[in-house]
Ligand binder design. Structure first.
Ligand SMILES: [Zn+2]
Length: 311
């Protein structure tokens, strides 16, 4: 009987334990299940939040993309406009430059014409026994040549003011090179010339016609011709051609715009080594380079040098 009771007790205990274990495990699993459910819910809400956020971001991205596209389009059209403005500006600039060129050319032409109009054409004229300057001709202005360059004992001498600086430079350079050039005669008025000629005529008779009184006549009346003497040797007239001073002039006068009007064996007049005429540096240098004399050149060609006369 005891044995049976023991069996039942044991069974009861066992069942109780089993029940307890079952209950406990059910409770634990249930609890765990609840935790899992909660976690799942949390995950779901997080997922939803993330999805919403992603949606927001995508919208923002699309908006930004649209803005960028819009800005790009604006930029492109602005750039195109700018390009148009730039090309218009360039065209305008080109037009202005053309215009400026035209103005400049016009001004240059006017300047040239002005200079030509202001330059006395007589200053480059060839004169002859038959073609003299008008007796009333007189340079607009005359400047007195400083006494130090005039042959002692001679009266005051005058020269064309615009040509004087060239003559002065030449006299100074000759002096530096050891030659004492002095002026015997420069500007001579028509009346002075007539007096001189009658003096020659009284002295030499009609033979005087071939002298300087005739041929240098008009050139001296211009105020741009000089008769020169070598102070060192006192050599005048034809003897002047024997001097070193004359050699110096032959080699250098063209640099200062002076030419020998009547060279030896010329077809027109007697040789006048003392008589030099200012015709401008360009013409004098070109004549020298071409080994040519002023009176050999065609008057039309000479006239083209008028514009360079005082350069
Ligand atoms: Zn002379």
């Amino acid at each position: 009987m005891d044995e049976k009771k023991n069996k039942i007790d044991f069974l009861t205990v066992f069942m109780s334990i089993l029940l307890t274990i079952t209950t406990a495990s059910t409770g634990w699993f249930g609890y765990r299940n609840i935790l899992l459910l909660e976690e799942n819910e949390q995950l779901l809400s997080t997922q939803k939040e993330l999805e919403e956020e992603a949606e927001v971001r995508e919208r923002a991205y699309i908006e930004a993309q649209n803005s960028i596209n819009e800005l790009n389009n604006e930029l492109r059209s602005e750039r195109e406009e700018l390009q148009i403005i730039l090309s218009e500006l360039q065209e305008e600039r080109n037009r202005n430059e053309d215009f400026e060129d035209q103005i400049r050319n016009l001004a240059g032409t006017v300047g040239t014409l002005d200079r030509l109009a202001q330059t006395d054409r007589e200053l480059l004229q060839k004169y002859s026994r038959t073609f003299f300057l008008n007796e009333n001709y007189r340079p607009a202005q005359l400047t007195q040549i400083p006494q130090r360059w005039v042959m002692p004992g001679r009266q005051d001498q005058y020269f064309l003011p615009e040509a004087w600086p060239f003559l002065e430079d030449m006299l100074k350079k000759a002096e530096r090179d050891g030659h004492d050039l002095r002026i015997i005669s420069a500007f001579r008025s028509f009346d002075e010339q007539v007096d001189l000629k009658s003096q020659f005529l009284r002295q030499y008779g009609t033979g005087a016609n071939t002298f300087s009184a005739d041929q240098g006549f008009s050139e001296h009346q211009l105020g741009t011709a000089i008769d020169i003497v070598d102070l060192k040797t006192g050599a005048t007239e034809e003897r002047f051609s024997q001097t070193e001073a004359y050699e110096w002039l032959k080699n250098n006068a063209h640099r200062y715009g002076f030419i020998l009007s009547y060279p030896p064996d010329n077809d027109y007049y007697i040789y006048e080594p003392w008589h030099w005429r200012f015709v401008g540096r360009k013409l004098a240098s070109d004549l020298n380079r071409r080994n040519m004399y002023f009176y050999d050149m065609d008057q039309r060609e000479i006239n083209t040098y008028l514009i360079y006369l005082f350069d």
